[in-house]
Design a protein around this ligand. Structure first.
Ligand SMILES: Cc1cc2nc3c(=O)[nH]c(=O)nc-3n(C[C@H](O)[C@H](O)[C@H](O)COP(=O)(O)O)c2cc1C
Length: 252
C-alpha cells in the first residue's frame, strides 16, 4: 500500500514519539539547570508595570457561563483604545504567574505540559491607552511589559506578516506567542514539540474568555508568514519563533 502523503504529518499529531525517547537522557535528567521561565532582557529596556490582578475585579461583571456562551471570533473592531487595566487583565489571564517557585519554575493561569511554559508573549500595540504604537513583550515574573521597539507602522507590519489579514489593522493590540522550544525540550526531549502547540491553545482560549468578560473581542490567527513574523518580532527563528497570534479590539 502506498504511504499516504499525510502520514508523516499525522505522526506529529500522535504521541508515538514518546516511546522512543530515553527520558533518563533528557537535559533535565542529566542534571542541566532549567532554562529561565522568562526570556532575559537587556537592562536598557524600559519596563512598564502592569496593574496587579487583585486590582482588576471591577473590569467584569458577567458570569463564566456567559463568557463561554458568548465567545466567538471577532474580526470587526471599533477604532477605540483599550485601557491599561484591560491589557493588564488579558496578560494576566493568558500568561500570568499564580505561584512562583524558583527561577526555572512557576505555575501560571494556564496549564502547560510539565509546567514548562515554553511561550513568550509579544504585543503589537496599535491603540492602547498610555502606550505608544510598537512592539512590547510581557514579563510574567514582574507582571510588566518591556518596550521592544516603538513603531508607528506596527499595524501595517502585522497585517503584512499575516498575509494581509487586513481586519487586524483595526485591533487595539495583537498578541503574538513565540515558542522557546528548549524550555520544553529540557524536560521532554523529542516529545516536546506537540505539547507546545497544545499549550498555545489553552493560552488563546483564556484570551477569548477574558476578552468576552471585559467587553472586548478577539480572533485567533494561525495563518502568517513565519519568516516575516519572526523578523517583525526580532526573534531568531530557530531557538525562538512565532507559533500563534490573536488580535484584540472593541467589537463593533
Ligand atoms: C488554530 C486556529 C487558527 C485560526 N486562524 C485564523 C486566522 O488565521 N484568521 C482568521 O480570521 N481566523 C482564524 N481562526 C478563527 C477561526 O476561523 C474560528 O475560530 C472559526 O471560524 C470558528 O468560529 P468561532 O471562533 O467564532 O466559533 C483560527 C482559529 C483557530 C482555533
Amino acid at each position: 500500500m502506498q504511504e499516504s502523503k499525510f502520514a508523516q504529518h499525522r505522526y506529529f499529531l500522535k504521541d508515538s514519539i514518546r516511546k522512543t525517547v530515553n527520558f533518563s537522557r533528557t537535559d533535565q535528567n542529566l542534571g542541566l539547570p532549567p532554562p529561565t521561565i522568562e526570556k532575559p532582557y537587556q537592562n536598557d529596556k524600559k519596563v512598564i508595570p502592569m496593574i496587579p490582578p487583585s486590582d482588576l475585579a471591577d473590569l467584569y461583571t458577567i458570569t463564566l457561563q456567559s463568557a463561554i456562551n458568548n465567545r466567538q471570533s471577532r474580526r470587526q473592531f471599533k477604532r477605540e483604545s483599550i485601557s491599561s487595566a484591560e491589557l493588564s487583565f488579558l496578560l494576566w489571564a493568558t500568561q500570568g504567574i499564580r505561584q512562583p517557585i524558583d527561577y526555572g519554575h512557576a505555575l501560571r493561569t494556564v496549564p502547560s505540559a510539565g509546567a514548562r511554559h515554553a511561550l513568550e508573549t509579544y504585543l503589537a500595540v496599535l491603540n492602547v491607552e498610555n502606550l505608544g504604537a510598537g512592539f512590547y513583550r510581557y514579563l510574567p515574573v514582574s507582571h510588566s511589559i518591556i518596550v521592544e521597539r516603538l513603531d508607528s507602522l506596527a499595524g501595517q507590519k502585522i497585517t503584512r506578516a499575516t498575509f494581509h489579514q487586513n481586519w487586524m489593522a483595526d485591533a487595539a493590540v495583537v498578541f503574538i506567542w513565540a515558542a522557546i522550544p528548549y524550555r520544553m525540550e529540557w524536560r521532554y526531549g523529542l516529545a516536546a514539540h506537540r505539547v507546545i502547540l497544545l499549550d498555545a491553545g489553552h493560552v488563546c482560549q483564556n484570551l477569548y474568555l477574558a476578552c468576552e468578560a471585559i467587553g472586548a473581542g478577539t480572533c485567533a490567527v494561525a495563518a502568517y508568514d513565519q519568516e516575516q513574523m519572526d523578523q517583525v518580532l526580532g526573534v531568531d527563528g530557530d531557538d525562538e519563533f512565532a507559533i500563534y497570534a490573536a488580535a484584540v479590539g472593541r467589537p463593533r
